[in-house]
Design a protein around this ligand. Structure first.
Ligand SMILES: Cc1cc2nc3c(=O)[nH]c(=O)nc-3n(C[C@H](O)[C@H](O)[C@H](O)COP(=O)(O)O)c2cc1C
Length: 376
C-alpha cells in the first residue's frame, strides 16, 4: 500500500469514499469514519451555481461536522467564473479539498457542459481547472471516467492536461460514459492514466467490493489510492477490512449481526441528528434495506423499515425483527447454515473468463439503487 497525499494534505489511508448522490451525506460519512479505515470522504456532487445562490439544498449537501475530516466537496459546473466563486466559498468554510465532477453522465449535468462532457474538451477543461487551482489554497482533485465512449478514451490525455493545470490527484472510474454501469471495469484503462501522469496520484475506482478486489485494483493498475462507492452501501466496514487485509494478508471475518445492528442504529441516529426525526426516518427507509442484505432472512425487517416514521418505532422494529429472526438460528444463536447470506467471495479475478486479458475485469453485479441515479 502506498501513502496517498493530495498535495500537502496527507491522508491516513489510501482509501476514499466515492460520491454517491443521495447517499454520501453526513450520516453515511460519519458512520464510515466511526468504523475506520477511510482516508477521505467527499460530498455528493453540488451545483456550483446553486452554492453561489446559497440554495438551501446545496448548503445542506455540504453540511459537515468537526469529526467529518478530512472532507472534500465535489463541485460540478462548466462556467469558469462560477466554479471559481464556488471554490472560494467552499475553501472559506474550511473544507479540506475540492473535487471536480467530470464523470457524471446524467443529462441535466452533461447538457450544461459539466460532468462527463468535460472529458470531451481537454483544453477548455484544463483552462477552467487552472483558474480554480489559482483561486484557492486547498487541493483540487478531479474525478472522471475513461472517456465519453470506446472511440473517445480521453482520460490519459485529460489527466496530463489537468496535472499541468495543478490538480493534486485524479480519480478514474474504469468505465466510459456510454457504459453507464454495464460491462467491465477496464483496469488497463486506469493503468494508462497512471502511466500518463508524471507525479500526481491516481485513485482507481469501480466495482471494488472486497479486500481481494482492492488488492487486484492496486496490482493491475499501479494506482495509489482506491475509491469505493456502492461497496460501502451494504458494507461500510469495507475500508477497515481492506486495510486489515493489506496489512496482514488475512481477510477479516464479516461483522456479526449484532455489530450490523449497532452500526445501523448509529446510522439512524446520525440521520435524525442531521435531518430531524421525520425527514431522517424517511431518508432511512432506503438505507435499512442495504444493511439487511447481510442479515440473512430479512423480509420482515424490510417490510417494516420502508415505513419508518420515528426513532421509537425503529426500536420496536428491531425488537420484533429479532424475535422473528430467532426461528432461523441454531442453539448457539448463529444463523443455521442454510439461511446464511452467500459469502462475499466475489472479486475481479474470479469473474475473469479463463482466456481473458488479466487486466480486463468482468463486471461484478453490484446493485445500482433505483431512481434517477441509475444513469450514473
Ligand atoms: C447512486 C449513485 C450516485 C452517484 N453519484 C455520484 C456523484 O455525485 N459524483 C460522482 O462523481 N460520481 C457519482 N457516482 C459514481 C460513483 O462515485 C462511482 O464512480 C461509481 O459508482 C463506480 O464505483 P463503485 O463501483 O465503487 O460504486 C454515483 C454512483 C451511483 C451508483
Amino acid at each position: 500500500m502506498k501513502a496517498l497525499a493530495l498535495g500537502s494534505l496527507q491522508l491516513s489511508t489510501p482509501l476514499t469514499l466515492s460520491p454517491l448522490a443521495g447517499y454520501t451525506n453526513l450520516p453515511m460519512r460519519m458512520v464510515i469514519r466511526e468504523i475506520g479505515g477511510i482516508g477521505l470522504c467527499t460530498t455528493d456532487l453540488v451545483n456550483a451555481r446553486s452554492l453561489i445562490e446559497r440554495n438551501p439544498k446545496a448548503i445542506k449537501l455540504i453540511e459537515s461536522h468537526p469529526l467529518d475530516k478530512p472532507f472534500a466537496v465535489q463541485l460540478f459546473g462548466s462556467v469558469a467564473s462560477e466554479m471559481v466563486e464556488a471554490s472560494k466559498i467552499v475553501a472559506d468554510l474550511g473544507v479540506d479539498s475540492i473535487d471536480i465532477n467530470m464523470g457524471c453522465p446524467v443529462r441535466k449535468v452533461v447538457k450544461i457542459g459539466g460532468g462527463s462532457a468535460m472529458m470531451t474538451q481537454c483544453v477548455q477543461t484544463a483552462a477552467l481547472v487552472r483558474q480554480m487551482v489559482n483561486a484557492v489554497k486547498i487541493p483540487i482533485t478531479c474525478k472522471m471516467r475513461l472517456g465519453w465512449d470506446e472511440e473517445n478514451i480521453t482520460a490519459p490525455e485529460l489527466a496530463v492536461a489537468l496535472e499541468e493545470a495543478g490538480v493534486t490527484a485524479i480519480t478514474v472510474h474504469g468505465r466510459t460514459r456510454e457504459q453507464g454501469f454495464e460491462g467491465s471495469v477496464h483496469l488497463h484503462g486506469i493503468r494508462r492514466v497512471v502511466e500518463a501522469v508524471k507525479t500526481i496520484p491516481v485513485i482507481g475506482n469501480g466495482d471494488v467490493t472486497t479486500p481481494q478486489a482492492a488488492a487486484m485494483m492496486w496490482k493491475e493498475t499501479g494506482c495509489t489510492g482506491i475509491g469505493i462507492g456502492r461497496g460501502a452501501f451494504y458494507n461500510p466496514w469495507i475500508f477497515k477490512q481492506i486495510i486489515e487485509f493489506m496489512e496482514t494478508g488475512v481477510c477479516p471475518p464479516e461483522p456479526s449481526f449484532e455489530e450490523r445492528i449497532r452500526v445501523l442504529t448509529r446510522h439512524l441516529d446520525w440521520m435524525v441528528e442531521v435531518f430531524g426525526e421525520t425527514h431522517g426516518c424517511r431518508l432511512f427507509r432506503k438505507v435499512g434495506p442495504w444493511y439487511s442484505k447481510r442479515f440473512g432472512p430479512s423480509s420482515f425487517f424490510n417490510k417494516k423499515i420502508v415505513l419508518l416514521t420515528s426513532r421509537t418505532q425503529y426500536d420496536e422494529i428491531i425488537s420484533t425483527y429479532r424475535e422473528w429472526r430467532s426461528r432461523f438460528l441454531d442453539e448457539s444463536g448463529e444463523l443455521q447454515p442454510r439461511y446464511r447470506p452467500e459469502e462475499l467471495g466475489l472479486n475481479f479475478r474470479e469473474c475473469l473468463p479463463e482466456d481473458s486479458e488479466p487486466a480486463v475485469a468482468k463486471r461484478i453485479a453490484i446493485p445500482v439503487p433505483k431512481g434517477p441515479q441509475e444513469l450514473w
